[in-house]
Ligand binder design. Sequence first.
Ligand SMILES: [Zn+2]
Length: 182
Amino acid sequence: MIFKFCPMCGKKLDEKYSWDEGGVPYCKHDNIMFFDTPRPCIVVAIIKGDEILLLKQSYIFKNSRVLVSGYVGNNETAEDAVYREVKEETGLEIKDVKYLGSDYVKDKEILMLTFMAKYLDGEIEKSDEVEGIGWAKIEDALCEMTEDEIGKRVVRKMLSEIGYDGENAYRCEGNSCQLRPQ
Ligand SMILES: [Zn+2]
């Protein structure tokens, strides 16, 4: 997001030269440069045996299930955000959080930090921002997540991490599938 006015004092921003970035919007009053940076988000594939936790959130994707995701807050690490979002959205405790690389969400200015984790403890307690939540077979995940391209990339990386060598999990790739939610 490129700022024109200071979001703190409301004054029109000047431009200040930064060695790496060139001209950057700058508020003299607050002495802050407003770099055009993406917002960091986390997304995490939680697995338990041969199952994976999938959510239904129609405001994100109407016909797909999705992974747990959320914004990284101030004063927390990306890993803190993973534990916090999982607890808030699902009520579950997780372990063995592993970073799987980053992805960029086009047009939304979001840098998605992708993770996988293992279920540790707890019963599912759905938060109000989630319509539905439940365990699905890992092999059905890609079929259930048709619209969620980034989520599917996370699942493919997770399948590789757990040493999955079957073909069944990939049966919906590029095809229509009867398992697709209506
Ligand atoms: Zn200002």
